[in-house]
Structures are given as structure tokens and as C-alpha cells.
Write a protein that binds this ligand. Structure first.
Ligand SMILES: [Zn+2]
Length: 91
């Protein structure tokens, strides 16, 4: 495993914006899928989670753990874009 130096702040901000845009797309896609499933009579509790995640994207708190206020690792957000918790707090 290699340890990378963090990029300069400006670069990091641009990266974060780009990731948040990608996350928003993914969340909306998931939301559309869940809403189709709900219309088809399936039950799902994902809708609320997805809406909350989109709301956090709007208010700027997306990617911050609601328990410990630390940043949720990007890799985790890619796999679980609607998550509210970092790995430690989700345990
Ligand atoms: Zn946490």
C-alpha cells in the first residue's frame, strides 16, 4: 500500500465538487430505480435514505459522518453513496 500526499487545497476542493456531482447523479439514478420499484408494488426503505443524501448534497453536509463529523472516505461513498456514517460509526 502506498501513502499519497494530499493534493493542494484548491485541487482537493475541485475534486470534491466533481465527486459530489457524480454522487448526485448516482443518487438520482438510484432514486428513480427505487421509485419505479415502489410503483410496481415493491416495498423499499431506500427512498428516504436517498432523499436525505440528496438533501445533504444541497446543504453541503454530504460526505460528513453524522456521528463523529469526520469525512467519510471516498471509496465508501462510491460504494454506498447514500451512507451517513463513516466505517467506524457504521459498525
Ligand atoms: Zn463517524
Amino acid at each position: 500500500m502506498t501513502i499519497q500526499m494530499p493534493p493542494p487545497a484548491a485541487r482537493r476542493e475541485a475534486d470534491a465538487r466533481e465527486r459530489h456531482r457524480a454522487a448526485a447523479l448516482e443518487l438520482r439514478r438510484e432514486l428513480a430505480r427505487v421509485e419505479r420499484a415502489l410503483e410496481a408494488g415493491e416495498t423499499s426503505d431506500e427512498r428516504e435514505e436517498l432523499l436525505l443524501a440528496l438533501q445533504r448534497l444541497n446543504d453541503g453536509s454530504y460526505g460528513i459522518c453524522v456521528e463523529c463529523a469526520r469525512r467519510i472516505p471516498d471509496g465508501r461513498l462510491v460504494v454506498m453513496p447514500a451512507t451517513r456514517w463513516c466505517v467506524q460509526c457504521a459498525r
